[in-house]
Ligand binder design. Structure first.
Ligand code: G1P
Length: 303
């Protein structure tokens, strides 16, 4: 039997320079897709997968994330008095249980590998999930849940992967594909931000991981890699020598909300899908001249 994954780590220390000036005083993880902050989607996905402990690796200016996952009595009382029960229920439902969140700081921006390493004392000697909140997934079954199902059969380390156009691989970590099918194949190698012509495939690491705790010791000594940063992918490449890595080509659609285009597209897709505002939003888009057929096509693609 494999060891159950109960803890998830959320690296939220990034500066968000691509969204300035919006992110000058506000964490990029609090940017909203419709009316929910990006970090809330990642936490929801983790809960759906059975995660019970939520670890945030934060940095300066990120205090509001901690506030977001706390109760707000003044607001709750006001909603109660005004009879806004649905809004109140949603707020309460979004909240992890008391004592189930932990916060630590990445004191210097040394890269994703370093951010993950900063969570080592809180995670301890247990497998853990890692969710990069920039990546948002629209999927019938959450992507981490899909990965957990594979993990229960394979154990080891599991990464969500997806195909992108070859010219885009240099923005991501890229894996080589070995034996197995989409729901679980052996990863034969990986490289962070390769040149398109040097990439082992066009399968990128999609920002969802299940990792064994041995990664922490490797991260402790990991030299800087691509972009001068301590790269998680480099440490995983070393761990591959002693532990299996399994790729899951998940079912669903991803939005890279670390880019403006991905973020805006996510907002359109999620808004069109909402029962309360979808139709009105579609009508509003038509009024500003967006062709209905184009929107319909987009809606179908998003399903
Ligand atoms: C990070 C990882 C990369 C992964 C990507 C997914 O890169 O290092 O392997 O493919 O997230 O979003 P970053 O976006 O921090 O440059």
């Amino acid at each position: 039997m494999v060891k159950r994954v109960k803890t998830a780590v959320f690296p939220v220390a990034g500066l968000g320079t691509r969204f300035l000036p919006a992110t000058k005083a506000m964490p990029k993880e609090m940017l909203t897709v419709v009316d929910r902050p990006l970090i809330q989607y990642a936490v929801d996905e983790a809960r759906e997968a059975g995660i019970t402990h939520f670890v945030f690796v934060t940095g300066r200016n990120k205090g509001v994330i901690e506030d977001h996952f706390d109760r707000q009595f003044e607001l709750e009382t006001t909603l109660e008095q005004r009879g806004k029960q649905a809004a109140l229920a949603e707020l309460q439902q979004d909240l992890p249980s008391a004592g189930r969140t932990s916060f630590t700081r990445q004191q210097e921006p040394l890269g994703l590998g370093h951010a993950v390493w900063c969570a080592r004392e809180i995670v301890g000697d247990e497998p853990f999930a890692l969710l990069l909140p920039d990546m948002l997934f629209k999927a019938r079954r959450g992507v981490l849940k899909q990965m957990m199902e594979t993990y229960e059969e394979t154990g080891g380390n599991v990464l969500a992967v997806e195909q992108v156009p070859q010219q885009d691989v240099s923005s991501y970590g890229v894996v080589g594909r070995g034996a197995g099918d989409d729901s679980g194949f052996r990863i034969s190698g990986m490289v962070e931000k390769p040149k398109p012509e040097e990439a082992p495939s066009n399968l990128i690491i999609s920002g969802r991981y299940i990792l064994q705790p041995e990664i922490f010791n490797l991260l402790a000594d990991q030299p800087r890699g691509a972009g001068g940063e301590i790269q998680l992918t480099d440490a995983m490449q070393t761990l591959m020598q002693s532990q299996p890595f399994v790729g899951v080509q998940y079912e669903g659609q991803s939005f890279d909300c670390g880019s403006k285009i991905g973020f805006l597209t996510a907002n359109v897709a999620y808004a069109l899908d909402r029962e309360d505002i979808g139709d009105d939003f579609l009508a509003a888009l038509s009024r500003i001249g967006l062709h209905n057929a184009l929107i319909d096509g987009f809606r179908i693609a998003a399903e």
